[in-house]
Design a binder for this molecule. Sequence first.
Ligand SMILES: [Zn+2]
Length: 123
Amino acid sequence: MANRSPAVPRKPSSTIDKELRALVQELMDDPVEWDCPEVSAHLGRALPNRDTLAWVAQPRGSYRVVEYTCACEAVFYELVSCGGIYQIHKVIQSEPLQHTYAGGWRQSEARLVWCQLLAGRIR
Ligand SMILES: [Zn+2]
């Protein structure tokens, strides 16, 4: 590849180095660069002995969201009700978004699973 894009000006590596260092410093000074409304729950760290839910690509049907974790994180979850049967909706905020669903519980069971999810005992 002999041709370089004329749109990208070449910078000496010392300049790039300086810019990178400034960027890293900026990130370290202020680690929360994104907006967190600090209203919804943030997930606890996944525990090493956690249980794993069986995730599928489709929900059981149309649903309404009952609970949700904070979307400031790369992965967030929703507790959803599909006509009274509850599922957990996992959203990985990649491009494009990745959606998966787990469960099919009654409300009391779903509450327990949701709490375990928040506590990192299940993922
Ligand atoms: Zn947040």
